[in-house]
Design a protein around this ligand. Sequence first.
Ligand SMILES: Cc1cc2nc3c(=O)[nH]c(=O)nc-3n(C[C@H](O)[C@H](O)[C@H](O)COP(=O)(O)OP(=O)(O)OC[C@H]3O[C@@H](n4cnc5c(N)ncnc54)[C@H](O)[C@@H]3O)c2cc1C
Length: 395
Amino acid sequence: MTMDGWAWELPDELQQLRKVVRDFMRHEVRPAEEPLDFDAYELPHDVLEDLQKKARAAGLWCVASPVEHGGSGMSLLAQCVVAEQASQCRMGAYTPAAGTFGWDPPNVIWKGTPEQIERYAVPTVASGGKTFVAITEPSGGADPARAITTNAVQDGDEWVINGTKVFISAADSSDWGIVFARTSPGKGRQGISCFVVERGTPGLTMRPIPVIRSWYPCELSFVDCRVPNDNLLGEEGRGFDLAQEWLVHGRVPYAAATLGIASAALDIAIEHAVNRETFGSRLADKQAIQWMLADSEIEIRAARGLVYEAAWRADLGREFKVEASAAKVYATETAGRVVDRCIQILGGLGVTKELPLERWYRELRIKRIGEGPSEVHRMVVARELIRSEAAGRDR
Ligand SMILES: Cc1cc2nc3c(=O)[nH]c(=O)nc-3n(C[C@H](O)[C@H](O)[C@H](O)COP(=O)(O)OP(=O)(O)OC[C@H]3O[C@@H](n4cnc5c(N)ncnc54)[C@H](O)[C@@H]3O)c2cc1C
């Protein structure tokens, strides 16, 4: 979105990017997904490798990771353009582009030392490997700063981690991940530090937690799990600042991805409404159906505006936490409503597993909880309204 002349459209290069990703999804990813089980969350290895080569050649590789470390180094707005298209496949809610664009390591790793980047991030970007981020604990995830009780105690040239994390996505398929633990007593964000922990480290065990999606997150138990001092990421006691950075940035493409699913669902519903007849006329001619289609389109456009605004502010280096929360709430809730309406328009067909709607319906339910529940994001927006009132709000 350029600001010279106030153009309310994406600049040419982002429109071009959108087309490249859209074509890739249509001609490469969706056909590759076609023969798989309805609930598959990854492509067969050889198919994936082949498509990953093509994605790299098209400049669609680890889009958020810096160019100098093997990624495509895209702006947040460009990442959103990619995310909106990459989610438009059956497994797209949680496996964007079916994994063909690789997996960006958590952005906080780029705040690490050159040795940490070289040792962990660079090989991961090169291989397209997954990583995990472990914040949530049995004591809660919505307010992690107060809930984290997993602790790390320094012992010579190692940190010894004890505690439990829950709902950690991809932990069982990643070589390493980021773990947040308390390194000084008390509650709150002070005293939380961030560590790189390799899967397979003695003292770390995992078990899957079955959930509404077929790709299960894990419970992680740390019992005297020792990591070298070199694996402390950033400053001791300042880990929560890193967590915030990861979370706030991640929310914007997360919102864009749910928007992509809503758009794809609406396409399916429109096609069906135009072709299906009941009571002597097309569904598309009935006002009840038209209103569902229209409301969905209006909400998708509104959500896209919020997503782009948050990304645009971030790319300009402006504060964007409130905008990211607004985008996250509205896009995820919109996507849930839109897919629900689309299922209604398709009738029985809407809940069959031959179409992706029922899967999206289930998986989108997580999106109102993961990356912070809707209520917490509304709280972020409300706090800003109340703070700005006290500061002499002027809008
Ligand atoms: C499939 C899946 C994958 C996940 N992946 C990861 C991961 O990779 N890494 C990770 O660290 N975590 C992950 N999570 C955890 C996720 O981030 C948390 O579930 C989420 O932050 C909410 O935490 P909680 O479940 O402990 O709910 P709680 O913190 O117990 O909150 C419960 C409910 O209370 C309400 N609530 C909370 N605070 C407020 C408030 N201030 N005002 C009003 N209502 C409020 C909300 O409705 C909320 O849903 C994942 C979760 C799921 C389900």
